[in-house]
Design a protein around this ligand. Structure first.
Ligand SMILES: *Cc1c(COP(=O)(O)O)cnc(C)c1O
Length: 462
């Protein structure tokens, strides 16, 4: 017999308990588990692809299938994941999702569930205060940094360029995240309108060179309108000279965007605030709570200096929406981004912030800065390795001293083959460079010490 669509209370309890048992075991096992659970003989995929018409599966069987499929993966939730940009995935946030989705409220407009919209608004206002933005500031919780960047580009385009915008130019560097280029393309800009400002030896945008490129473009009849500073590049965690670039953008009349998807939450720490100084002058800031707030994947944030500009670029209406009430005190999220119906994204931040307190996040982020400084301090002493850039944040870039592309590629393979940590790489100036990015809330000193041992002994084998 098929399982009914509306399950009863007893069935819910049974499934809920089984799910929570699985999660508790899963999280318990993360420390001892492998860094990479993928294997050559993967699960019979046929079984996972099959959707039956007459359901005969019980929840326990399906949970086992999910567990097997989830296990055959890089352990992105565990303490040994230091590739790309980790985050971990807070249980409280996952639980918030379960709650939010179970009540299934509509939060696209403020009138259907005003108090829930207020919770989301409260989280965004708290962030605006942390970034010292003015009272006109507001924001939007998106599914990630890429979507938030798209809305920033669209808001700037519509305010600065109007409807005929193909001559508008955007200023980035070789180390700007590719989501800016992607957003520009989706927003309708020809590829050549994304400009690359030369960087200084320490991989930061050179404000003088930016100034020259802007002047050159302007005299060629183009309309410079969007300057991007990275508050932590994905490659090396390098922070651009935000203050200088903010002033340049103001002088030149450009929209000043800060991509803080990786580094933004370090603003919650004293050291981070000093490093990101000038970010309060941004017209828009992109943040990724699924990185620096350790949330599960799927949450980005756009903060804008003037909410009206975001609204002017995105708001629209339909006859079938004539019943909705405006609420002067609360934002209408459907008018600030591309989505109408959306999941209630506020609780996934509100619950962890209220449950653990913002201070718990400040401490955890401070710990990550310490861990990266420690890792750099150890690796820089190893003369088999070369560490050209002292980390600004929590990413340590390194390569073999004198090693060529292939040798460094082999080094990464040897490190990851231990299955005790998982790293990724990038290419800088044509050279293969490994990166250790410490950001998971589950990664602590003992994990980092083991990682350093592994890296050093792998380097000895070349
Ligand atoms: C991760 C990242 C992005 C993209 O964000 P998604 O959430 O993956 O879409 C943009 N910029 C930087 C600096 C990032 O690290």
């Amino acid at each position: 017999m098929a399982f009914p669509l509306e399950v009863n209370g007893e069935q819910m309890q049974e499934m809920g308990h089984a799910a929570v048992d699985f999660i508790a075991n899963f999280v318990d096992g993360l420390d001892a588990g492998p860094a990479d659970g993928r294997s050559a003989d993967s699960y019979p995929r046929k079984e996972l692809l099959r959707i039956q018409d007459e359901s005969a599966s019980d929840f326990g069987t399906l949970l086992k299938l999910f567990k097997a499929a989830a296990g055959l993966a890089v352990e992105t939730a565990g303490p040994r994941f230091a590739a790309y940009i980790p985050g971990g995935g807070l249980f409280a946030s996952a639980l918030a999702e379960f709650l939010a989705r179970s009540v299934n409220r509509f939060t696209g407009h403020p009138d259907m569930a005003p108090e829930l919209v207020a919770m989301e608004h409260g989280v965004l206002q708290w962030l605006c205060r942390e970034f010292r933005m003015p009272d006109t500031a507001g924001g939007l919780i998106t599914t990630g940094g890429s979507m938030a960047t798209l809305s920033a580009v669209v808001a700037a385009r519509s305010q600065r360029l109007g409807e005929n915008f193909a001559d508008g130019t955007i200023y980035t560097t070789d180390y700007t995240h590719h989501c800016v280029r992607k957003a520009a393309r989706i927003a309708g800009f020809p590829a050549a309108r994304v400009r690359y400002v030369p960087t200084t030896k320490d991989l930061r945008m050179d404000p003088q060179k930016a100034h020259e490129l802007i002047a050159q473009d302007r005299s060629a009849g183009l309309r410079p309108f969007f300057l991007v500073a990275s508050a932590g590049t994905t490659d090396t965690g390098t922070v651009d000279p935000i203050d200088d670039l903010a002033q340049l953008a103001a002088r030149e009349g450009l929209w000043f965007h800060v991509d803080a998807a990786y580094g933004g939450f370090f603003q919650l720490t004293q050291r981070g605030r000093a490093l990101l100084s000038g970010i309060e002058l941004a017209d828009s800031i992109v943040l990724d709570p699924h990185k620096g707030m350790f949330l599960p994947y799927g949450t980005g944030i756009l903060l804008v200096r003037n909410t009206d500009l975001l609204q002017a670029a995105h708001a629209d209406d339909g006859n079938y929406m004539q019943d909705r009430q405006r609420d002067q005190g609360l934002p209408d999220f459907s008018e600030l981004g591309p989505e109408l119906t959306r999941d209630f994204r506020g609780l996934r931040m509100w619950l962890p912030l209220r449950l653990h307190g913002a201070g718990a996040f400040r401490e955890a982020l401070d710990e990550k800065l310490d861990l990266a400084a420690h890792a750099y301090g150890v690796l820089v002493e190893d003369d088999r390795l070369e560490l050209p850039w002292k980390p600004d944040l929590s990413t340590v870039a390194f390569r073999l001293n004198g090693g060529d592309y292939d040798a460094n590629c082999r080094l990464l393979e040897r490190i990851n083959a231990t299955n005790r940590l998982f790293l990724s790489s990038t290419t800088i100036d044509g050279r293969f460079t490994l990166r250790l990015c410490i950001l998971s809330h589950r990664t602590h000193r003992r994990h980092v010490d083991e990682m350093l041992d592994i890296i050093q002994s792998a380097a000895r084998k070349e």
